[in-house]
Design a protein around this ligand. Structure first.
Ligand SMILES: Nc1ncnc2c1ncn2[C@@H]1O[C@H](COP(=O)(O)OP(=O)(O)OP(=O)(O)O)[C@@H](O)[C@H]1O
Ligand SMILES: [Mg+2]
Length: 294
């Protein structure tokens, strides 16, 4: 790649390059991400919108180091997230990232206040400051009067706002939100998105929000559209495994790469200044070439 990744990493909080994820289900492979490139600036509010199955949750899991991609890179403050071992992944999640899921992340038996205090107490923060910060966060999202209510005593939108406070309890730099308005009516969804926006502005938290709802996506500074594991309108690069060329010039192209690039039994080879370009040869072209060539 000729691109200056170090320079990009200095200008952006997150740089994602050629991200690919292939899930294996028995003998079958599902390609969830086919080579994704984007950047997120510090303090930016980015939405990624796409239909069901387009790879949104997969992408968010990779950003949050909850799973590893098959290929590609994620740089966070210039550090490779995909290269972290289990312990460092855990520290990255705990210290840098807050998650909000559609289903929420509240403990049913605890009040809103106790739910928001929990992550702080678990990471060893003293009771007084945890209590103070939890109250401040709940007041910021307009739930000052609901602090002693348990999840079942609150509405879906209220619970989602508490979930946002839980995610922000340990002051993460990055908030990852997955379909947080999925189950809410338009008005409540708007309130939850306003809350995300407030948190983004007041605490300078970088937000990546994924949704299938274009109207919800519009709350962001910038919207990227994802479809079939690709960002729309983006020219993507495919990453293959390292492969050897034998003495007879034979090279094995991994099946995943072959499928992604649409390569069949015959290909066209072109030596370019960037390397070798391998493109599929359609049967039609092959027949024409044979007729004219001989
Ligand atoms: N653990 C897994 N094992 C196998 N396939 C998976 C797994 N997780 C996701 N997939 C597949 O990967 C593709 C992308 O899934 P993903 O959950 O990222 O989509 P999504 O955009 O979040 O969809 P939705 O809007 O429905 O939540 C889908 O085809 C899905 O079936
Ligand atoms: Mg999803």
């Amino acid at each position: 790649m000729s691109e200056n990744l170090d320079g990009l990493a200095q200008e952006n909080k997150i740089v994602v390059r050629d991200l690919m994820k292939v899930y294996k289900r028995g003998m079958k492979e599902v390609i969830a991400l086919r080579g994704i490139d984007f950047e997120v600036g510090t303090g930016e509010f980015l939405s990624i919108v796409g239909p069901s199955g387009s790879g949104k949750s997969t992408l968010l899991k990779m950003l949050g180091a909850l799973d590893k991609p098959t290929a590609g890179a994620i740089l966070y403050d210039g550090h490779g997230v995909t290269l972290l071992d289990d312990k460092r992944s855990m520290l990255y999640r705990r210290q840098k990232v807050g998650f909000v899921w559609q289903t929420g992340n509240l403990v049913p038996g605890l009040t809103a206040l106790k739910n928001v205090m929990l992550p702080m107490r678990l990471s060893g923060a003293p009771k007084g400051p945890s209590d103070e910060r939890a109250k401040m966060l709940l007041e910021t999202v307009g739930l000052g009067k609901r602090m002693n209510h348990k999840p079942h005593q609150m509405s879906g939108g209220e619970n989602q706002r508490v979930s946002i406070c839980v995610a922000l309890a340990n002051k993460p730099e990055l908030l990852l939100a997955d379909e947080v308005t999925g189950e809410l009516d338009t008005e409540t969804a708007q309130m939850v998105m306003d809350t995300l926006r407030t948190m983004n502005k007041d605490f300078d938290t970088t937000v990546v929000n994924v949704t299938h709802n274009p109207r919800v996506a519009e709350y962001a500074d910038r919207v990227l559209r994802i479809r079939d594991g690709l960002i729309e309108g983006q020219k993507h690069t495919l990453y293959g495994d390292i492969t050897e060329i034998d003495a007879k010039g034979r090279m094995v192209i991994p099946e995943t790469v072959r499928r992604l690039a649409g390569l069949g039994k015959r290909v066209v080879l072109k030596a370019t200044s960037e390397g070798l370009l391998i493109t599929p040869l359609s049967t039609e072209e092959f027949e024409n070439n044979n007729e004219t060539g001989n």
